[in-house]
Design a protein around this ligand. Structure first.
Ligand code: CA
Ligand code: CA
Length: 510
């Protein structure tokens, strides 16, 4: 497969110096001493169960909390799509699903070249502009890390999850039989070097300990707390009984349109409820986040000790959130707060006014691409969606009218403003929640005529007017319900309700 590389019009400060003065490479690097480095930490499936967002009272994330306290902590940040592949494709290509057609999961290596050729992957842009680019573990959704790998990365290394399943501590946690990688939650007694995330952190530590002549873009992916929830025993043991349950309204789905109901992953909840395993699973999730926090801490400490500390922008994001029983749902793939809200921190050591503050304005991760370009002086390609959130780094209290837009399959959208969530599904059905009155999104206000004009205004102003057809080549959905065929999801939902009854469990709805 051949790719036509998009012609990049950007001229970095570095490139400009070289053009104007014809400096040798080494002199150019010296001249570009102000060109900041980027450390982008990409966490998988981490919701607000972190200290700096306060989503769970037992969360233990001291290292990420310190980063959040040092930089700007975006407390109302949202993914572009609540699934690994569409979320990361949007972030790293800088394009909304309704503009790219990349709604569900893909293997980008198998997508036809015409569908992708106008996009410049973010690491590629940095590399083209004189940066050393290094990617570790899950940056793109697997297997998309290998997409144009040689062009994107000077060095890329996948550590995966390692051999950590080899020595599970069976007396602790939840071991479903038959083995279910989505719900297993227990520690393993392997040495740390058997854990992929630890090895990714150590690789980053080694990289930061070296001398670099060029500015660098270092992307470090951590796979936990993505299932399976298997972590070192020390992390598991930091969480004592009882584990607090999130607030759950048993009949929460009753006032939700059927398309919304179908997004609830109720089929995953069935064995968990049957086995009374929620507490272990929630402990496993918290302990997995705690292990990722340890690994983030290793990288941050190495940066702090390095000569790059004062000239490296640190960005931390998660690709989407996670349900642990709320809305009778487990995992992601929904347009509700638990699945769309993500941790998002930016620490730019040069930012004198905004650092140390929180920003509660709605910020979509679609803005990552343009923001990193602005902060490093690169020019984003014209097609790139979103905006630079540079102004909110300087003044985190600046009102932001534009909501975060979240897409889950063609025609299904959520708009998150400062105080509201408005969902509109492919069949025109709607949800509306007041975050001031109802932070758990329990009472769907969409049928209340009082809000009809507000919903209309939101829809007219911010929902996409055009939707790209779904890219048909290279789809790779695994066992995930097809995000672009919502009617299929509705049928699945009906099937799972039957399964609940067969198990003798009360389904979320009769
Ligand atoms: Ca994910
Ligand atoms: Ca409800």
């Amino acid at each position: 497969m051949t790719h036509t590389l998009p012609k990049n019009s950007s001229i970095s400060a570095l490139g400009l110096c070289a053009v104007l003065f014809g400096l040798s490479d080494i002199q150019t690097y010296a001249a570009a001493v102000d060109q900041p480095n980027v450390l982008m930490i990409c966490v998988d499936d981490m919701n607000d169960w972190v200290g700096f967002l306060g989503g769970h009272p037992q969360a233990k994330t001291p290292n990420m909390d310190s980063l959040a306290a040092k930089g700007v902590n975006f407390t109302n940040a949202h993914c572009t799509a609540p699934g690994c592949s569409p979320s990361r494709n949007a972030l790293l290509l800088g394009v909304e699903p309704h503009n790219s057609g990349l709604y569900p999961f893909y293997n980008l290596n198998h997508v036809d070249a015409e569908s992708l050729e106008r996009f410049t992957p973010l690491p590629f842009l940095f590399r083209e502009n004189g940066y050393t680019t290094v990617g570790l573990s899950k940056v793109w959704h697997n297997p998309d890390n290998s997409y144009r790998q040689d062009e994107q990365w000077d060095e890329y290394r996948m550590y995966g999850t390692g051999k950590k399943n080899k020595a599970l501590i069976k007396e602790k946690g939840y071991h479903p039989e038959p083995y279910n990688k989505r719900t297993i939650a227990c520690p393993a007694s392997n040495p740390l070097t058997d854990f992929g995330d630890y090895n990714a952190a150590q690789h980053a530590v080694r990289f930061l300990g070296k001398e670099h002549q060029k500015p660098f873009f270092l992307a470090v992916g951590f796979i936990l707390p993505h299932a399976s929830f298997i972590m070192p025993e020390a992390n598991w043991d930091r969480f004592l009984d009882p584990i607090s349950e999130p607030l759950i309204k048993a009949d929460d789905l009753a006032d939700i349109p059927q398309v919304g109901q179908s997004n609830a992953q109720i089929y995953v909840e069935i064995p968990v409820r049957r086995d009374k395993a929620w507490e272990d699973i929630r402990r496993g999730y918290l302990a997995s986040i705690n292990f990722t926090d340890d690994n983030v801490g290793l990288v941050l400490e190495a940066l702090e000790k390095s000569p790059y500390a004062d000239n490296t922008i640190i960005m931390l994001w998660s690709d989407h959130g996670f349900h642990l029983g709320e809305k009778r749902s487990f995992s992601k793939f929904s347009l509700w707060e638990e699945a769309t809200r993500t941790p998002f921190i930016i620490f730019d050591p040069r930012n004198r006014s905004g650092n140390g503050q929180a920003c509660a304005e709605p910020i979509g991760l679609i803005n990552v691409y343009r923001t990193l370009c602005e902060l490093t002086g690169l020019t984003a390609p014209d097609y790139v969606d979103g905006m630079s959130i540079g102004p909110w780094l300087k003044n985190p209290h600046l009102p932001k009218e534009q909501p975060a837009l979240i897409t889950w399959g063609r025609g299904n959208y959520s708009l998150r403003t400062t105080d509201w969530r408005y969902n509109r599904y492919f069949d025109g059905s709607e949800e509306l929640y007041s975050h001031k009155e109802d932070p758990n999104e329990w009472a769907n206000l969409a049928d209340n005529p009082e809000y009809a004009s507000m919903m209309q205004e939101l829809a007219d102003k911010w929902l996409p007017k055009m939707e790209a057809p779904q890219v048909t080549s290279g789809r790779e959905l695994y066992n995930v319900a097809d995000a672009d065929q919502p009617t299929k999801n509705v049928r699945s939902y009906q099937r799972y309700v039957k399964q609940y009854k067969k198990e003798g469990l009360q389904p979320p709805l009769d």
